[in-house]
Design a protein around this ligand. Structure first.
Ligand SMILES: [Zn+2]
Length: 683
């Protein structure tokens, strides 16, 4: 079946996307045409003989791929939520072409010259605000991608990028293969003592799927299986065996990631040096809120120092509880779970009846209406990709004539044609300027507990937090009022992007906010006070250990880029082990290769390398910013308006540190995070 381009819905940008008409067969012809169009537009920018202006250079650059983005966003989102083999094939066919086009832009000499000559004009020198920032960031971005290097330098960057793509892919394949290589089959049921029924059922199903004859229970190094064994299984010998296999994945023989890791680090360092930076951390952090590797290291060291005493107290308490003078690393999760049950007598399942999805979502809309004066309304009769998907509009009634800020689709339940996890994704980036107002569009997805046996969907508290979190990202996109598309919405630094999302989670812990939406699905009752108190108390159980674990990874991540020298420090695994030991509640085994399976850091050429600190960094921002809401009442319209004006509507139109100061009146204070986690000194 072929599609005439005239009838291809991906070629015509429409605010209400015709999801009912889009087919896999539309993808390739549309993307090929739009890529051609983007190349033509690029030629028009670079070959324009008229004097350079913001309009004929920067604005055209900002809108260069607008139509291509529209088609790509829709394709990617359909592939994630309603995939078919045809759609997957089409997506796989177009992705490489599109990413190749994007990565060619900063190396395009003619474009670089056009931007540079514009920057020398009087108009450019007089720019202010978001336009000034856009020009500066564009030039910086070209530089960081090698635009100023000579031909040999550019050639070397391109070679390194090819090698890095290959190595990072190899890294994740090795992790996957060595994870899958391990299995532990138990046939004696008495060895399963301690393990809950859900984990036994999972292990039975895993054994059956491998054709093993019952009775047999099969355990693997996949997250749910591994965590269940380490947390619940009474037999310490088995826990040890599984633990040692887990922490030494991808350290041996054909799946050995050590040489891969060494080479990735060397290349990242060479690239940074070639571009004039001390190290890779300084290269990637320059454009982030932390600005430099040294600043990120100081931030982490400060938190480490403030957390250490609590960490040691928690570890002493756990040893006392377990009645042991020394705990092994495969013992801590096990005894911690026993301690948690003894201290809090709190069953997370008891909260579910108070969290029917419908009521949670409506309560969340109510909260943002109070805070930001926006109205979220459901609209029916709009084309969607699955009958379960709902469509909403966000209005601000104060904006006469243009009250529609944005619209979004919500897709909450798991399906076989949908990927796992929860996420927000952009469909259309609108924008505002003196002449125009275009609403935004986005989608929000989850894999939440579906309705069963005539009961509505009843969520865990973690799932409630997930909804609030993703909705925070959605507001950041839909409330954006930034003239430059590339600086709008969630196009912000990685260590800032989680502020709008994480701050939303705070409302799921406040009694007043919970009372708006946490109503028993049968009786309408609010959460009983004793259950609420247990939930609050258990929130900070072993918070210092959780924090130290994150700090350890973040500190090791930066040390590898900024301090590690193979000649001086020797073997990389031993070096990282020594760092992580400071953050571990138990003595780590001599052979400890966690870093070799740290896909988060090394499985992508532009992944989270040197960026792990961002998690703690954003947590500091969200905990601190929320104190302003708490102080004025958690529904304060006044504080809400300031948050909306200075953060949610501003995208990356100004330095995020400046945006934060405008909201808070000062720089972030890390004590707010410590206080929220119960880790302030003197407690
Ligand atoms: Zn997030």
């Amino acid at each position: 079946m072929t599609f005439a381009t005239a009838a291809n819905p991906l070629l015509e940008k429409q605010f209400q996307i015709p999801f009912d008409q889009i087919r896999a067969g539309h993808v390739e012809p549309a993307v090929d045409k739009l890529l051609g169009e983007a190349r033509e537009r690029l030629d028009q920018v670079t070959s324009d003989a008229a004097p350079r202006t913001f309009a004929n250079t920067m604005e055209r650059l900002d809108r260069l791929t607008e139509r291509l983005e529209y088609a790509m966003h829709i394709t990617r989102n359909l592939e994630a939520t309603a995939t078919t083999p045809e759609l997957r094939a089409a997506n796989n066919a177009v992705q490489p072409k599109v990413s190749e086009f994007y990565s060619s832009l900063p190396l395009n000499e003619a474009l670089w010259r056009a931007v540079q000559s514009y920057s020398l004009t009087e108009e450019a020198k007089a720019l202010t605000g978001v336009r000034k920032r856009f020009l500066e960031k564009t030039i910086d971005n070209f530089r960081r991608h090698g635009a100023e290097l000579d031909a040999a330098g550019k050639q070397r960057i391109a070679e390194m990028d090819v090698e890095l793509t290959r190595l990072t892919l190899r890294f994740s394949e090795n992790v996957l293969d060595s994870t899958n290589q391990f299995e532990l089959v138990i046939t004696d049921e008495s060895k399963l003592a301690g393990l809950p029924e859900s984990a036994r059922a999972m292990a039975r199903a895993s054994a059956a799927s491998k054709g093993l004859e019952a009775p047999a229970w099969r355990f693997t190094l996949q997250g749910p299986s591994y965590l269940a064994v380490l947390t619940y299984l009474d037999d310490a010998t088995i826990r040890r065996q599984v633990y040692e296999a887990f922490v030494n994945r991808a350290t041996e023989e054909k799946y050995d990631n050590l040489p891969v890791l060494q080479r990735i680090l060397e290349l990242w360092r060479e690239k940074a040096n070639l571009l004039g930076y001390r190290d890779f951390a300084d290269l990637v952090l320059e454009d982030r809120m932390a600005h430099s590797g040294a600043r990120a290291q100081e931030f982490l060291a400060d938190l480490e120092q403030k957390t250490r005493a609590h960490f040691e107290r928690e570890n002493a308490e756990l040893k006392a509880f377990a009645g042991k003078t020394d705990l092994q690393p495969w013992d801590t999760a096990y005894y911690a779970e026993k301690q948690r049950a003894a201290l809090y007598d709190f069953d997370e399942e008891a909260l579910r009846p108070y969290f029917p999805l419908h009521s949670v979502v409506n309560g969340m809309f109510d909260i943002v209406q109070r805070l930001y004066g926006i109205r979220v309304v459901e609209k029916t009769g709009v084309p969607v990709w699955d009958p379960e998907v709902k469509y909403y509009e966000i209005h601000d009634d104060r904006l006469a004539g243009a009250s529609l800020l944005g619209a979004f689709y919500a897709d909450w339940y798991p399906r076989e044609n949908k990927r796992s996890g929860a996420w927000m994704d952009v469909l259309i980036t609108g924008g505002v300027s003196a002449e125009r107002h275009e609403p935004h569009a986005a989608m929000i997805c989850g894999n939440l507990t579906p309705p069963v046996d005539g009961h509505p969907s009843l969520l865990t508290h973690r799932e409630v937090q997930t909804i609030f979190h993703e909705f925070g990202h959605l507001l950041h996109h839909c409330l954006s009022r930034v003239e430059v598309r590339g600086l709008a919405g969630v196009n912000v630094a990685w260590d800032f992007v989680e502020l709008p999302s994480q701050i939303m989670e705070n409302w799921t812990w406040e009694r007043e906010a919970l009372d708006l939406f946490a109503h028993h699905y049968q009786t309408g009752a609010l959460i009983p006070q004793d259950l609420f108190e247990k939930m609050r108390a258990a929130r900070n159980f072993r918070a210092a250990n959780a924090q130290m674990r994150q700090l350890g990874f973040a500190i090791a991540d930066l040390a590898l880029h900024r301090e590690y020298s193979r000649e001086r420090d020797g073997d990389l695994l031993t070096y990282v082990r020594a760092i992580l030991q400071r953050f571990s509640p138990a003595r780590l085994p001599e052979r400890y290769g966690m870093i070799a399976s740290f896909t988060h850091l090394f499985a992508s050429p532009v992944g989270y390398g040197a960026g792990y600190y961002s998690y703690k960094w954003s947590e500091v921002l969200d905990a601190d910013a929320f104190t302003r809401f708490r102080a004025s009442g958690v529904f304060s319209r006044d504080v809400g308006s300031r948050f909306r004006e200075n953060i949610l509507s501003r995208g990356d139109s100004e330095d995020p540190a400046e945006l934060y100061r405008k909201f808070m009146g000062r720089d972030p204070d890390p004590n707010a995070l410590l206080e929220r986690s119960g880790l302030l000194a003197g407690r």
